[in-house]
Design a binder for this molecule. Structure first.
Ligand SMILES: Cc1cc2nc3c(=O)[nH]c(=O)nc-3n(C[C@H](O)[C@H](O)[C@H](O)COP(=O)(O)OP(=O)(O)OC[C@H]3O[C@@H](n4cnc5c(N)ncnc54)[C@H](O)[C@@H]3O)c2cc1C
Length: 82
C-alpha cells in the first residue's frame, strides 16, 4: 500500500497525485513509469512518473480519467478521502 500525500484536480478529468514511494523515488529516471493497482484485484495500469523528490521519497503522477481504474483513483479525491 502506497500513501497518497497530495491529490489535486488540475483541470476537467486531469488529476495530479504525490505518492509516498521511497524506493522508486530513490532510483527512478526520466521517462520511466509505474504500474498502479487500486487494490489486490485491480487492473494494472501504467502511469508515467512526472516528477520525483528523492529527499522526501515521493513521486508525482498526472492522469486523465478514461475508464474504470482512473475513475476509481479520481474518486478518492472527489469523495474527499484525500
Ligand atoms: C507507458 C505508459 C505510460 C502512461 N502514462 C500515463 C500518464 O502518465 N497519464 C495518463 O493519464 N495515462 C497514462 N497512460 C495511459 C493509462 O495507462 C491509461 O489511461 C489507463 O491504463 C486507463 O485505465 P482505465 O482502467 O482507467 O481505463 P480502461 O477501462 O482501460 O479504458 C477505458 C476506455 O478508454 C480507452 N482508453 C484508455 N486509455 C486511453 C487513452 N490514453 N486515450 C484514449 N483512450 C483511452 C480504452 O481503449 C477503453 O476503451 C500511460 C500508458 C502507458 C502505456
Amino acid at each position: 500500500m502506497y500513501r497518497i500525500l497530495k491529490a489535486e484536480m488540475l483541470a476537467d478529468k486531469i488529476y495530479l497525485m504525490d505518492v509516498e514511494a521511497p524506493r522508486i523515488a530513490k532510483a527512478c529516471q526520466p521517462g520511466e513509469f509505474v504500474i498502479v493497482k487500486m487494490d489486490d484485484r485491480g487492473e494494472r495500469i501504467p502511469l508515467t512518473i512526472c516528477d520525483y523528490n528523492r529527499d522526501k521519497g515521493t513521486i508525482t503522477i498526472v492522469f486523465q480519467t478514461v475508464g474504470a481504474s482512473t475513475e476509481k483513483m479520481a474518486d478518492l479525491k472527489n469523495r474527499g478521502q484525500l
